[in-house]
Design a binder for this molecule. Structure first.
Ligand SMILES: [Zn+2]
Ligand SMILES: [Zn+2]
Length: 78
């Protein structure tokens, strides 16, 4: 999956002076495990797009919108 957020975490860090916490969904791993029948499978974390860090979009933290220019509607920066 390609991250299409207009801002990267690096840009937000530079511009806003804030750092991205580890993703709460995958504990910073960027991957989550789930069970599919008898198999344990692994997939990219949805919450952080596999980056392991997830910074809430500073422009739309409370209500992500599809046309947010900062995050392109993702609600987070990755
Ligand atoms: Zn994650
Ligand atoms: Zn946004």
């Amino acid at each position: 999956m390609t991250v299409t957020a207009s801002w990267s975490i690096q840009e937000a860090r530079t511009t806003l002076g804030v750092d991205a916490p580890d993703c709460e969904e995958c504990y910073g791993e960027g991957r989550v495990f789930y069970c599919e029948g008898p198999y344990l499978r692994e997939r990219e974390c949805d919450a952080c797009f596999g980056h392991g860090t997830a910074m809430p979009c500073p422009s739309c933290q409370t209500s992500p919108t599809d046309d947010c220019e900062t995050c392109d509607g993702h609600g987070i920066l990755a």
